[in-house]
Design a protein. Structure first.
Length: 124
């Protein structure tokens, strides 16, 4: 498998992760199995639901942008780098404000994607 294919696959996986996060945050947040994982009771989950849905919308935008950056012809490398950097920063912020596992869910995959995109486009 070519390196560029692996790089694109990593971006697509990251987009899928964010699409799933988006769906969960927008449509499933009030389900106790979801919000209790972040130590929210039902009253708290109901109170913050609009904020979580808003975060879900942003995750959806990240997913759409990442897919667009891979599917556009020619590929939009600067867009890939920018969006992967956004995911990385969001993961670090989430690790401090939500749970450290956010580093595994968001930051690590985005760093791998950034490395692969850089390797394909900027290595000598």
């Amino acid at each position: 498998m070519e390196l560029i294919t692996i790089a694109h696959l990593s971006i697509e996986i990251i987009a899928l992760i964010h699409a799933i996060l988006s769906l969960v945050e927008i449509f499933l947040w009030k389900n106790p199995k979801v919000h209790q994982r972040l130590d929210f009771d039902q009253a708290e989950a109901d109170k913050v639901a609009p904020i979580v849905a808003n975060a879900g919308l942003y995750n959806g935008f990240l997913a759409a942008g990442l897919l667009w950056s891979v599917l556009a012809q020619p590929n939009i490398v600067q867009g890939q780098l920018f969006l992967l950097s956004c995911v990385c920063i969001a993961g670090v912020f989430g690790a401090f404000t939500l749970r450290p596992t956010t580093l595994i869910i968001q930051t690590v995959p985005s760093l791998i994607g950034l490395y692969l995109v850089w390797l394909v486009n900027y290595s000598i």
